[in-house]
Design a protein around this ligand. Structure first.
Ligand code: ADP
Length: 371
């Protein structure tokens, strides 16, 4: 049997050179002080497409786009590396076949014993896939933002313009009632009442839609003392609090940077819902609290009201969606859609926990990164 071939183990410089040569995912080159290529590894061949014998001795300018060459980017990168020790950059580079790749490049100056620059090492990684994925994501985000703006604009214009014909309908209905009251029989009068009710309701819905599309249009972050804000909301809701015989407990609340008016509307909606969706014969017990959480604050508004079936947890945040009859619990179904939009404006989150017939807790996380 033939004895296995014994190869002499590589040592020192040879081993080091071999190591660099074999690396496939990084192009590792040595450049002269002027940027001429002194060595070439497998990674460089894989990324840039040249074989060692065709490229050694040429200037590394070859890898740059025409525009970069005109702007003397290769020279200025060497200059930076020479003066600061290294130059890092990401940008489009050219392969042998003329195609481009997105390279992440690090050029490091090499020094002699006296500290003079004798050349450079240049390590390049091909990050084209990551770059394309990032670009696509950025494009999607832009597209989404634009569509979102258009949609908001549409909602604004539509609700604004719908108000006018509706006003005409309501106005003439009033005139009809006033001037022809005696000439109409009971049925006709009843029908008019229904139409008046429906047009009032439509007015509420349109107003809600208009407010919704206006949310977050012109505003600036300011420091909001939530303790004071909630006191104001409770003051504004005094008559319905008294009417429902509601008891509201307020914990210690923080000050944070937020859109003041919007935040007020958020708590106003949640507290008035907590009062409105109460159980018959049971006075509402409402608690408003805040807890410090990583990166922000979690507020809770809890009640002992009729509760919500978990299967509707998502539905209730959708505009105009309601779970109860209008006769029992009046409303337009826009309040929680407002809340959701307000929380999104603050880059926060809103969710709830609830048990039918026991009560609900709405949770709001607001980041304090803007403080
Ligand atoms: P609205 O109050 O005008 O009906 P919202 O968007 O504020 O509209 O609420 C949507 C629905 O979610 C309500 O119709 C109700 O069914 C349910 N809901 C909201 N808050 C509560 C609560 N605290 N307790 C029980 N149900 C609630």
């Amino acid at each position: 049997m033939e004895a296995p071939k014994r190869t002499r183990p590589l040592k020192g410089e040879a081993l080091y050179q071999k190591m660099v040569e074999e690396v496939e995912d990084y192009a590792i080159l040595l450049l002269s002080k002027q940027g001429d290529i002194d060595n070439w590894n497998k990674g460089a061949e894989k990324i840039k497409g040249y074989r060692a014998e065709e490229i050694i001795g040429k200037n590394f300018r070859l890898f740059y786009t025409e525009k970069d060459v005109q702007n003397q980017k290769p020279e200025s990168l060497l200059k930076i590396a020479e003066t600061t020790g290294k130059a890092a950059e990401e940008g489009w580079r050219v392969r042998k076949d003329g195609s481009t790749f997105w390279g992440s490049i690090l050029i490091t100056a090499l020094h002699d014993e006296e500290g003079g620059v004798i050349g450079f090492t240049k390590v390049t990684r091909d990050l084209t896939e990551r770059k394309l994925a990032e670009d696509q994501l950025r494009q999607y985000t832009k597209q989404l933002e634009r569509q979102n703006k258009e949609l908001e604009q549409f909602a604004y214009i539509a609700s604004h313009d719908l108000q006018e014909p509706l006003r005409t309908v309501s106005g003439f209905l009033e005139l009809l009632k006033k001037n022809y009251q005696n000439q109409l029989d009971a049925n006709a009068q009843q029908y008019i009442t229904y139409v008046v009710e429906a047009s009032n309701r439509m007015q509420d819905l349109i107003k809600g839609l208009l407010d919704f599309s206006r949310l977050g249009r012109v505003q600036e972050f300011e420091t909001v003392d939530c303790q004071q804000l909630i006191a104001e909301v409770i003051g504004d809701l005094q008559s319905s609090i008294q009417e429902a015989n509601a008891n509201i407990q307020v914990g210690s609340l923080p000050a944070l940077s937020a859109y003041r008016l919007e935040l007020k509307l958020l708590f106003q909606n949640l507290i008035s819902n907590a009062i409105k969706f109460r159980k018959k014969e049971v006075p509402p017990q409402i608690a408003i609290k805040a807890k410090a959480k990583e990166g922000g604050w979690e507020f809770t508004v809890s009640d002992n009201g009729i509760g919500i079936d978990p299967k509707f947890f998502n539905k209730i945040f959708v505009i105009f969606q309601r779970l109860n009859s209008r006769r029992e619990y009046p409303g337009t179904g826009i309040g929680l859609a407002h809340c959701k939009k307000i929380v999104a404006l603050h880059e926060g989150e809103i969710w709830l926990s609830s048990k039918p017939n026991e009560g609900s807790t709405f949770h709001i996380f607001l980041p304090d990164k803007h403080l």
